[in-house]
Write a protein that binds this ligand. Structure first.
Ligand SMILES: *Cc1c(COP(=O)(O)O)cnc(C)c1O
Length: 451
């Protein structure tokens, strides 16, 4: 572990000391696995502060942040208006355990931006997908759930099969602690494979409660749905009386003001039956939601029999942060996000090409990532199998070089990269300046360094 740190020109002593303390009191020293740097090695950086496009660690190092808290921070860190709104909300009380105004305003904003008619607010994306699945099963009276390999929907028991994100990062095939009964009712199909979905419906059509998919896959790196893929899922579900659940926890209010649906469904004229949201809608606080048609949502308690609840659901601070963020997320913000994402993706691809590092840079809306695959073999990454053909040692070398030069990338080759509207030209220039050396490191990396 320390051999990688030994190469760094930057101080890491304070992070290393905190990590040692954390390892004593928390498994792996982290509260979410990918943060531990185990896929890339070295010491996880403990952050002390964020401002606009930058993160600052406890050793005083500055980083251009290309993670943005894994998606939520589309306005950048510590946006003054969000901070101000939160401070005012906090001074009026942190939680009431009763209905309150900001949760109604946030629900109305979500309903206005998306095809859902109603939402129920929860505290994490995991709760949102878990509750959406329960509702789909309760509504249809069926048990089977179809999901796609490489898609991650939070750590819901029945969805932790062939999952992306941390599950992919650590190559965990299934997860001990999840009973077989929980996954026995999950059908895992290859992403972007309509024929496989059609076949599954032919066999199990009257048993399938729902198909759940990421609106665009972002948890195996950025993999856009093939033309018409989501539309086909929507149609097949309708034909067989199943519900189509579009998980927009990552893409919602980021890929466009209406999420990824704004880029495909809104144009093609179809709507998911249920949608899940999180990340951006919490403005950096724990808030998430699931929503859909009123006749489906009417099956939820207290008006229907499907139970779902949460002590801090609709929390006034989280909903204030989310609402303020969404109100500031104007068309200009989305235009800037697209521009920044396109610029950075182009710069990364150019640098890797110039250095002779085999790669494919892909985008799904303004989500993007670099895959270290051989473009002759995998010209486009369309599935988890494709994503798994990456030369992980190249990513590792690239990641550490960027980190050492002050650019914070996701510490895994199976994650999308995120930008914010606060990423100004100066931040982009700093990122660009780091690329040649990092690209050369990726090109020179050898698998046997992967110990
Ligand atoms: C992040 C994510 C989740 C889980 O959200 P948490 O808030 O981490 O529980 C679910 N689905 C998708 C698509 C995500 O990206």
């Amino acid at each position: 572990m320390t051999s990688l740190d030994a190469d760094t020109a930057r101080p890491v002593a304070a992070s290393a000391a905190l990590f040692a303390r954390a390892l004593d009191v928390t498994p792996g020293g982290v509260n979410s696995p990918v943060r531990a740097f185990r896929a890339v090695g070295g010491t996880p950086r403990f952050m002390a502060r964020g401002s606009g496009p930058y993160l600052y660690d406890v050793d005083g190092n500055e980083y251009v942040d290309l993670v943005c808290s894994w998606g939520p921070l589309i306005l950048g860190h510590a946006h003054p208006e969000v901070v101000d709104a939160v401070q005012r909300a906090v001074s009026s009380g942190t939680s009431f355990g009763t209905p309150a105004l900001p949760e109604v305003d946030l629900a109305a904003e979500i309903v206005a931006r998306t095809p859902v008619e109603q939402v129920r607010l929860v505290s994490s994306g995991t709760e949102a997908t878990m509750s959406a699945i329960r509702l789909a099963r309760g509504f249809t009276g069926r048990d089977l759930v179809v999901k796609f390999a490489g898609c991650y929907h939070g750590h819901v028991d029945s969805l932790l099969v062939a999952a992306g994100s941390g599950v992919a990062t650590f190559g965990i095939p299934g997860t001990p602690g999840v009973p077989q009964a929980a996954t026995a009712s999950t059908l895992v199909l290859p992403y972007n494979d309509v024929a496989a979905v059609t076949e599954s419906f032919a066999f199990y059509g009257d048993q399938i409660a729902c198909v759940i998919t990421e609106a665009a896959a972002g948890n195996m790196g950025a993999v856009a749905p093939a033309e018409g893929f989501n539309e086909s899922l929507s149609r097949l579900c309708r034909e067989h009386g199943a519900l189509f659940v579009s998980d927009e926890v990552m893409t919602g209010f980021r890929a466009s003001r209406s999420g990824y649906w704004g880029l495909d469904g809104a144009v093609e004229g179809w709507e998911p039956d249920l949608m899940t949201f999180g990340k951006v809608m919490g403005g950096g606080f724990p808030a998430a939601a699931f929503g859909g048609r009123k006749d489906v949502m009417a099956h939820l308690a207290p008006i229907g029999p499907v139970y779902q609840a949460g002590t801090l659901s609709g929390n006034p601070i989280a909903t204030t942060a989310g609402l303020t963020t969404l109100r500031l997320a104007t068309d200009d913000v989305y235009a800037r996000l697209d521009e920044v994402a396109g610029t950075i993706a182009g710069l990364v691809s150019d640098a890797l090409t110039a250095a002779g590092a085999p790669h494919v840079v892909q985008a799904a809306g303004n989500l993007f990532s670099a895959f270290f695959v051989e473009p002759d073999e995998v010209p486009v990454v369309r599935s988890f199998d494709d994503a798994n053909r990456q030369a992980l040692h190249r990513f590792k070398a690239f990641f550490h070089s960027m980190l050492d030069q002050g650019v914070y990338l996701p510490p895994s080759a199976f994650e999308a990269w995120f930008v914010s509207a606060a990423h100004d030209d100066q931040a982009i220039d700093k990122m660009a300046a780091a690329l040649p050396r990092a690209a050369a490191a990726a090109a020179a990396a050898r698998p046997d360094e992967d110990a």
